[in-house]
Design a protein around this ligand. Structure first.
Ligand SMILES: Nc1ncnc2c1ncn2[C@@H]1O[C@H](COP(=O)(O)OP(=O)(O)OP(=O)(O)O)[C@@H](O)[C@H]1O
Length: 223
């Protein structure tokens, strides 16, 4: 089967600084790829580059079987690759949870009734049905994280890109998140400093250092 993402010699610079330096990597269907590396190593930048939120100065990005260059190309990639942002407040902007989760499906062209039905089914599948009528900005951090994941999953993505998903989660929400992600039949790229979390989920790991990637062993790396 063809890969979901293929990066070939991708360089990303910012303000004259090279953040990603000729990165090549492949994400195969079913893989859960961990991205590890020190603060500022470029993990978030790499996730953003996969979906065209950063522009590659050199190299080629292939996603879902096609080379992606234009903003229109990447808009399509962003529909198929769900991005869970580091800060849930960047993900949630509707007054209530159900509206937030229905927003993506509505944007995909579903009717309002079908979008709400999709949102309800997604919340239900994550055990979050009780949160549907809640005011989004009054949720706890852990609840916001899980609802953020619901907004992404309601779009029926083919890949999940997760940026520090366990940040600021208590043990109960962290365990719940692991359980949910482990139960999804989806490829993932997971940027995280949470070693036990990555050990529980990842099938492979890459270490980012000085803008370069190298295979990493989750058992032995010290980050
Ligand atoms: N908007 C921006 N403008 C300028 N520099 C930025 C911007 N965003 C990030 N950077 C810089 O790019 C580098 C890579 O940042 P990035 O957030 O990708 O790292 P990271 O590995 O995700 O870090 P962390 O583990 O702290 O989340 C850092 O030096 C950071 O300061």
């Amino acid at each position: 089967m063809t890969s979901l993402f293929d990066l070939a010699d991708v360089t990303v610079t910012r303000g004259g600084r090279t953040i990603l330096d000729r990165i090549s990597l492949t994400l195969a269907p079913g893989e859960r790829l961990a991205l590890v590396g020190a603060n500022g190593a470029g993990k978030t930048t790499l996730l953003r580059t996969l979906v065209g939120l950063e522009t590659a100065a050199t190299g080629q990005i292939t996603a879902f079987g096609a080379v992606r260059r234009s903003e229109a190309d990447f808009r399509e990639v962003r529909i198929r690759a769900g991005f869970l942002f580091q800060d849930p407040d960047d993900q949630l902007f509707s007054p209530t949870v159900i509206e937030d989760v229905a927003f993506g499906p509505l944007n995909l062209g579903l009717s309002p009734a079908a979008a709400v039905a999709r949102a309800e089914a997604t919340l239900d599948s994550l055990g979050l049905a009780a949160l549907a009528p809640r005011i989004t900005h009054r949720l706890s951090g852990g609840e916001k994280r899980l609802v953020g994941l619901a907004t992404v999953l309601a779009m029926a993505p083919q890949v999940l890109l997760l940026d520090e998903p366990t940040n600021a989660l208590d043990e109960r929400h962290r365990a719940r998140l692991i359980e949910i992600l482990a139960g999804l039949d989806l490829a993932m790229v997971i940027a995280s400093h949470d070693r036990p979390f990555l050990e529980a989920l990842a099938t492979r790991a890459l270490l980012l250092t000085d803008g370069r990637v190298a295979p990493a062993n989750l058992d032995r790396q010290g980050h």
